[in-house]
Design a protein around this ligand. Structure first.
Ligand SMILES: Cc1cc2nc3c(=O)[nH]c(=O)nc-3n(C[C@H](O)[C@H](O)[C@H](O)COP(=O)(O)O)c2cc1C
Length: 192
């Protein structure tokens, strides 16, 4: 049986990363209700070849691998640290190489982390429009966590955990419906 391929993409430029932990938390919750094949990458996995490429044919093999992982995913869980009120530059640069049609109807969970609560709506004001551009199927619940919500690298805030659960349930629901009908989620919307 082919498992749904869920790909986590994190815009963190440092490791260890709270953003990556948050994405993994969502994926773990999805995995409790649905068998999935989960892979996670951050922009560091793309190597230094990502930042210097201006065209897709200039990407190094490792950066191209990430772009293809995004394009071939059945669903995405994306996240970024807030840098200057927005996603990190390399997070956006990575998605700038993605084929504009590749994510049509792809289910997506949006997450972000920041130093405090001031930029909590970055998920709505920055990430949601980006995935609106791609006509992706963004689930209603987004997840934002601040640095204070982590202790020793672990997510400890109960309210954030509730949102993680909500977003994961919404994603799992879409995946279950589409895979139960033996369709990839991206085909479900067109199949009706
Ligand atoms: C260059 C830089 C800019 C930042 N700008 C913001 C910001 O505008 N708002 C905010 O809430 N946090 C800001 N932060 C804090 C990070 O978003 C926060 O520490 C985040 O949890 C880091 O995620 P990571 O552990 O995945 O790298 C900034 C951090 C750096 C290094």
């Amino acid at each position: 049986m082919t498992l749904p391929r869920i790909v986590g993409i994190s815009g963190n430029l440092r490791r260890p990363s709270r953003t990556r932990t948050l994405i993994e938390a969502v994926a773990m919750k999805v995995a409790r209700t649905q068998k999935i094949a989960f892979s996670i990458y951050d922009v560091l996995d793309a190597g230094s070849g990502l930042g210097i490429a201006l065209r897709r044919d200039e990407l190094t093999a490792e950066a191209e691998y990430l772009v293809q992982a995004i394009e071939r995913a059945d669903a995405l869980i994306v996240g970024t640290p807030v840098y200057k009120g927005s996603y990190t530059g390399l997070f956006k640069h990575l998605f700038d190489f993605v084929d504009p049609k590749a994510l049509e109807n792809t289910p997506v969970v949006l997450t972000a982390t920041g130093g405090g609560l001031r930029h909590a709506l970055v998920v709505e004001h920055q990430l949601r429009p980006l995935f609106g551009f791609f006509s992706a199927l963004v689930v209603p619940t987004t997840v934002y966590a601040s640095d204070l919500d982590f202790t020793d690298g672990k997510l400890v805030n109960e309210e954030v955990a509730v949102r993680v659960e909500g977003a994961a349930q919404q994603l799992a629901g879409i995946i279950q419906t589409s895979f139960a009908r033996n369709l990839s989620p991206t085909l479900l919307a067109t199949a009706g």
